[in-house]
Design a protein around this ligand. Structure first.
Ligand code: IFM
Length: 442
């Protein structure tokens, strides 16, 4: 397989990396981790394919060295990982789990020993169940609890991590989980959504304060973006796509950089936001050192007569990944240039997630996954184009190192550069891994 990019095509110092998250790979039944709302959600029939959960996942907890060797072998500079709140503080508040802290210590030291930069995320969705019992992200005490968790975990790792983002993909934590009901806690409730979205942002700001207080540098935010394509040129379709853009793409970044929520979103959410939300933006919009974009696809949007946001996602014409997501690299170029132009200015941008799920099969010790390489190649083209137009893009992380637990879709959707056999847990580097390793060394 060929791959046209090489490291030397990118600006000096451009970082290549790969990414994972705690619950998706670690094995949450090990090492004294507490129960999470994903365990509860998965145990409820109908929520997750085959009611699969992250109890074992890739068993990364016990195979840390093997997995870090794989990161190293790929030839990347950096590894983006997350720490699990429920592993660090099993009840969400109160006593820390020494085994959990030791595990993350070993993980970070393992990266440093291999010359890999550790890029941490504090929350990639495994909320401790006792906090879910208290309303989870709906509860206005969440920022306080999240700040305490930040203090504990970064009190331990903060001297050795290269960067930290508090919360991965706030849209998923807020909208996907509380409005669409697709992720834990599986609510479909507009009031819960508005509160969760606001409390996520406040928690982000409180965590940044805690880490600045610890003397830490290189703190950022990671948001996800999807290109909203109106299904046709009718005014109502264009307006529907703008509403989608508002709550998906603008809500969080606008709060972080402009201290406001978009009008098109307030039309629906304002009555449900917590009292006094208008005065919270100073706490939310703490200065950031970088911004991360997770980008995968576009959505084709049409208007409906249903209640706000009065829109629907429709099937589009482009080739699709195994997630049924259209492949649309121009969207990545759009967001990198748009963010720099409208929100973040000179603040360094990183593509913190990009990749695809494909139907990969391991045969005779090899896995052919040409679609992955094509996808990465076309998206790296988009990154290069954005850089040539002046966007300050400083790095690119591939999702994901390993096939892993794809949330409500269980273990079927394979995003890894490395194949995992979920019966034996054997790792097999895919052809994309091998080709990239060559390209990154050129
Ligand atoms: O697997 C997820 C990850 O947890 C967050 N970003 C998108 C990925 C693919 O769906």
């Amino acid at each position: 397989m060929t791959f046209s990019h090489k490291r030397s095509d990118f600006p000096e110092g451009f970082k290549f990396g790969t990414a994972t998250s705690a619950y998706q790979i670690e094995g949450h039944s090990f090492g004294g981790a507490g129960r999470t709302h994903w365990d509860d959600f998965a145990e409820t029939p109908g929520n997750v394919v085959r009611t699969e959960n992250g109890a074992v996942a890739c068993d990364h907890y016990h195979r840390t060295d093997e997995d870090l060797d794989l990161v190293k072998g790929l030839g990347v500079d950096a590894y983006r990982f997350s720490t699990s709140w429920a592993r660090v503080i099993p009840d969400g508040t109160g006593a820390a789990n020494p085994e959990g802290l030791d595990f993350y210590d070993r993980l970070v030291d393992g990266m440093l020993e291999r010359g890999l930069e550790p890029h941490a995320t504090l929350y990639h969705w495994e909320l401790p169940s006792p906090l879910a019992d208290r309303g989870g992200w709906r509860n206005s005490d969440m920022p306080k609890w999240f700040a305490s968790y930040t203090e504990v975990i970064m009190g331990r790792l903060g001297d050795r991590v290269a960067s930290v983002a508090p919360i991965n993909e706030p849209w998923c934590v807020g909208w996907l989980s509380h409005f669409m009901g697709i992720h834990a806690p599986g609510l479909r409730d507009i009031r819960a959504t508005a509160r969760a979205m606001h409390h996520v942002l406040l928690s982000h700001g409180r965590a940044i304060d805690v880490m600045r207080g610890l003397g830490m540098k290189n703190l950022g935010a990671v948001c996800n973006f999807e290109y909203p394509q109106p299904i046709d040129s009718k005014l109502e379709s264009v307006a529907a796509a703008e509403r989608y853009d508002g709550y998906y793409n603008r809500f969080f970044i606008e709060a972080l950089f402009k201290k406001q929520y978009p009008e098109v979103v307030l039309e629906g959410l304002a009555p449900h936001l917590p009292l006094g939300w208008e005065t919270d933006f100073d706490q939310i919009a703490r200065p950031l050192d970088w911004v991360g974009l997770n980008y995968y696809t576009r959505k084709n949007i049409g208007a409906t007569d249903a209640a706000w946001p009065s829109l629907e996602e429709l099937e589009g014409p482009l080739p699709k990944t195994a997630m049924d997501w259209e492949i649309y690299p121009d969207g990545l170029h759009h967001f990198l240039t748009r963010l720099a132009r409208e929100y973040t200015g000179d603040t360094p941008l990183f593509v913190t997630e990009n990749g695809l799920a494909s139907y990969d099969v391991a045969m005779n010790g090899a896995v052919q996954d040409p679609s992955r390489l094509n996808y990465l190649e076309s998206h790296l083209d988009a990154v290069k184009r954005a850089i040539s137009e002046g966007a300050p893009v400083k790095g690119y992380f591939i999702w994901s190192l390993l096939d892993n637990y794809e949330w409500a879709l269980g273990y079927d959707k394979r995003f890894g550069l490395v194949h995992v056999d979920f019966e034996t847990l054997k790792r097999t580097p895919k052809d994309s891994y091998k080709t990239l390793a060559l390209a990154l060394n050129r």
